[in-house]
Design a protein around this ligand. Structure first.
Ligand code: CO
Length: 223
């Protein structure tokens, strides 16, 4: 595969560069990973998780899919969340969307794209839920970007609605879930000021435990 050779060349240069800063870097990394963060972001090639937040290998556990969705029956995303929370014991889960997201844009169109339409349906649901607010906005671009933000907020809620996150809170594990958005135009991250760190912030309909039950679990350290 001659045309891909430059990727291997890049890789060796990258590894040499890291080793020149710290000769033991890869050896130590091979022994364990202790990331504090789980990043749930879009697959978009312009939104590279580690680079955006300046973190090294080993510091960020990452899950990416089209339009950074957390679907309650997606065993891929749920497995990532469970491993991150129960085994790696991350302190923060960051759902990071981005403005101008192609997945969100596609979900706003009345055009068949194929199998992916089934995935994008989840964004259509968010659009439908917030139709009133979105219609107030003047331009398509404004509606698109607001839907990108609303989608992040919805996915933050989905993370918090999982039994995985609620179980972690119930046993007293420190865990916060945040909603952020990235602008490809200037490379800046923006906080959507949505951070959830306990079950009381979850809509009662989606609480896995009664509040008293949570308190008693915490007291006895029960899983
Ligand atoms: Co995207």
């Amino acid at each position: 595969m001659k045309e891909l050779e430059y990727l291997f060349k890049n890789n060796r240069q990258w590894a040499d560069r890291l080793r020149s800063y710290d000769p033991e870097f890869f050896r130590e990394l091979a022994e364990q990973q202790t990331p504090e963060f789980l990043w749930i972001g879009c697959s978009d090639s312009r939104v590279p998780a580690n680079d955006i937040v300046g973190l090294m290998p080993g510091e960020l556990f990452v899950h990416r899919n089209v339009a950074n969705l957390v679907v309650h029956s997606d065993i891929n995303a749920l497995s990532v969340i469970q491993f991150a929370v129960d085994v790696l014991k991350v302190r923060h889960i960051i759902v990071c969307g981005h403005y101008g997201c192609g997945g969100v844009r596609a979900a706003m169109q009345q055009q068949e794209l194929g199998f992916i339409d089934n995935w994008l349906r989840h964004i259509r649901d968010v659009h439908q839920q917030h139709c009133g607010e979105l219609e107030q906005l003047e331009t398509h671009e404004q509606r698109l970007n607001r839907l990108c933000e609303l989608n992040v907020m919805e996915q933050v809620n989905h993370v918090c609605q999982t039994s995985i996150v609620q179980n972690a809170w119930a046993r007293g594990q420190e865990l916060s879930v945040h909603g952020w958005i990235y602008a490809i135009e200037d490379g800046h991250l923006r906080d959507l000021y949505l951070s959830i760190d306990n079950q009381q912030q979850v809509h009662p309909r989606y609480r896995v435990f009664l509040d008293e039950e949570t308190d008693s679990r915490k007291a006895t350290g029960q899983q």
